[in-house]
Design a protein. Sequence first.
Length: 244
Amino acid sequence: MTKQTAIVSGAGKGIGKAIAERLAADGFFVYIVDLDIEGELVAGQLGKDNATFYQADISDESQVLALFQAVLAQHRALDVLVNNAGIIRDHMIWNMTTADFDAVIRVNLKGAWLMCREAAKIMKTQQSGRIVNIASRAWLGNRGQTNYSASKAGLIGLTRSLALELGKYHVCVNAVAPGLIDTPLTQRLKPEILEQLLQAQPTKTIGAPEDVAHAVAFLASAKTNFITGQTIYVDGGKSIGAGI
Ligand code: NAP
């Protein structure tokens, strides 16, 4: 196998699917990791020389260890890890259960940390690699998302700290922070909420999953070897935060 290898979590649909498609088009062999069997369809469409599906829950340590063992059994190296899998359980804090908080932190933060740890062991040894964590503009603050916002703020802290640890091993670690993107996750929003969110961003448009994939492909490229610990917003300018 001469292709470079990438793992993309939550790649069965939405932003992760677009990232997997883009990395495959850029010449990577992509592990499409998802809870959902839909990932099998994505891998099938990309073809067996370009992608494979691996069903796993990234918040389960034993499943993450098995995933990395499977990748290493097939490939000489791991070039790119994209931590994209994420969930929401939105409520105002007075209506949010402890289970809502724990579920979001478990997948969005602990899951990404487990994946980073296993990738870091490999990339440190091989002295190369790229990790891209899909955070969210919501880390800056969103009503109804105390759990989600905290998980994504944690993911940005993880990104910055891991960039410090892996820099001297030629491994770059960055985050991409999307704003409102048209995926199955946001298609569940009530129309009036969606309209409010659209009006709050400078472009007044919703982003496409491919917009995020484009930024990830840039950070995953071997050419970006002097960019690390950064967060790139793909959010129609909402993170500017000034004016309407
Ligand atoms: P999505 O449409 O819900 O897709 C997420 C995928 O991840 C689903 O296939 C889901 O499987 C999978 N997944 C969830 N938990 C998992 C786990 N524990 N292990 C493995 N796979 C898991 O979400 P999206 O909108 O594409 O969002 C992707 C990422 O972008 C998330 O991290 C999200 O927080 C972030 N983001 C999204 C937006 C947006 O506007 N869409 C904005 C900012 C940030 P199931 O469907 O079976 O649960």
